[in-house]
Design a binder for this molecule. Structure first.
Ligand SMILES: Cc1cc2nc3c(=O)[nH]c(=O)nc-3n(C[C@H](O)[C@H](O)[C@H](O)COP(=O)(O)OP(=O)(O)OC[C@H]3O[C@@H](n4cnc5c(N)ncnc54)[C@H](O)[C@@H]3O)c2cc1C
Length: 316
């Protein structure tokens, strides 16, 4: 595989770290890095998983805040520091800065690029334009997880309002009312059991529906769930159990599979782990991208902050 193409515009600055993803994990990591005088470029594609909802709960001092507001305020706090930069765009490739060809299929581990740095290719997400290339000594992946919702007509329209996926985050608002639980067909019985147990704290009636075909509603108001036989269950709210995966195709040069269902940490366990928590020297992951599991805002933010001492020590 070959490093990024020559039609891209290359920037000469060398950042201490490029943080990919400006959700709570990436923002928290970036904030603590710039407060330690590190030169940080934060790159974000502006496609947060959380965008489906209008309110987020359970983040101490920020209970009920709109997700977009949380992210914007987080960006402003990071960018108040002189060593912080931000660009909106999607990272499409991370390569060793030398641009050397790495044949990961040959079974040899990648070069220890940590000392040399990395080139990060960023494609525009709005309008057109050439990809840009930035250089950094360290990479922090904070891109979250991708969800696969069950294949149910109109589900997306009610996801984040009547239907949620995090019981601890959104169970309170459904207290005392019947809820439907819609698992993805490939979710394990164990996952289903845990969610059901949690839901019983909030709801007197939990209806697990495995053959839902459509969410029925009038504008923003969910009115029921149509089952495969045609009848409609009159339930107006509930939870979805999606499948989750971490997708980091831009790490292909390092042999990382396109989809990592158990997160980047699990991918890296058998790899040489020097200077990294994912087994690629110089590249780290935080938040949901590290574990592959849904977290909460405060947990993801904590993960971003927790990496900082190790990363700073690796730079010195
Ligand atoms: C509907 C819904 C409701 C929720 N409600 C709550 C709640 O009430 N309370 C709570 O605590 N938690 C809630 N959560 C969970 C919470 O949103 C997540 O735990 C948290 O956002 C994870 O943080 P993260 O930084 O790891 O990833 P994310 O917040 O997902 O951020 C990842 C960022 O990476 C960017 N990105 C991805 N790929 C690239 C790329 N190639 N290049 C550049 N950028 C990229 C994305 O644009 C995104 O901004 C909710 C989640 C959902 C889906």
């Amino acid at each position: 595989m070959v490093a990024a193409g020559s039609e891209s515009e290359s920037h000469t600055a060398l950042y201490d770290a490029v943080v990919i993803g400006a959700g709570p994990a990436g923002l928290s990591c970036a904030l603590n890095l710039v407060r330690a005088h590190a030169r940080v470029l934060l790159v974000d594609a502006n496609r947060p998983r959380h965008a489906a909802t209008l309110q987020s709960h359970g983040f101490l001092t920020r209970d009920g805040v709109a997700p977009a507001q949380l992210r914007q305020q987080g960006r402003e706090e990071v960018l108040a520091y002189p060593t912080a930069s931000y660009v909106m765009g999607a990272v499409t490739a991370v390569t060793p800065a030398t641009g050397t060809v790495i044949d990961s299929s040959a079974g040899t581990p990648p070069e220890p690029a940590a000392a040399l740095g990395f080139a990060v290719t960023v494609a525009p997400v709005r309008g057109s334009g050439d990809p840009q290339i930035y250089h950094a000594r360290r990479i922090v992946i904070a891109t979250g997880i991708q969800e696969r919702l069950p294949d149910i007509t109109n589900l997306r329209a009610y996801y984040g309002t009547a239907l949620h996926s995090c019981v601890v985050c959104d169970g309170y608002e459904k207290t005392g009312q019947p809820v439907v639980l819609l698992p993805h067909p490939q979710c394990s019985e164990q996952q289903l059991d845990v969610v059901q147990q949690l839901l019983r704290r909030f709801s007197p009636e939990v209806l697990v529906v495995r053959d839902a075909v459509e969410i029925v509603g009038e504008r923003a108001q969910m009115q029921g769930v149509r089952r495969s036989a045609g009848e409609v269950l009159p339930v107006t709210q509930g939870f979805v159990l999606p499948l989750t995966t971490v997708q980091a195709p831009y790490l292909a040069q390092f042999g990382v599979p396109a989809a990592c269902p158990q997160g980047l940490a699990a991918w890296g366990v058998d790899q040489p782990a020097e200077l990294s928590n994912i087994g690629i020297p110089g590249i780290y992951a935080v938040g949901e991208a590290l574990t592959g599991e849904p977290q909460q805002l405060v947990v993801a933010a904590g993960s971003g902050a927790a990496l900082v001492p190790e990363l700073l020590l690796s730079l010195s």
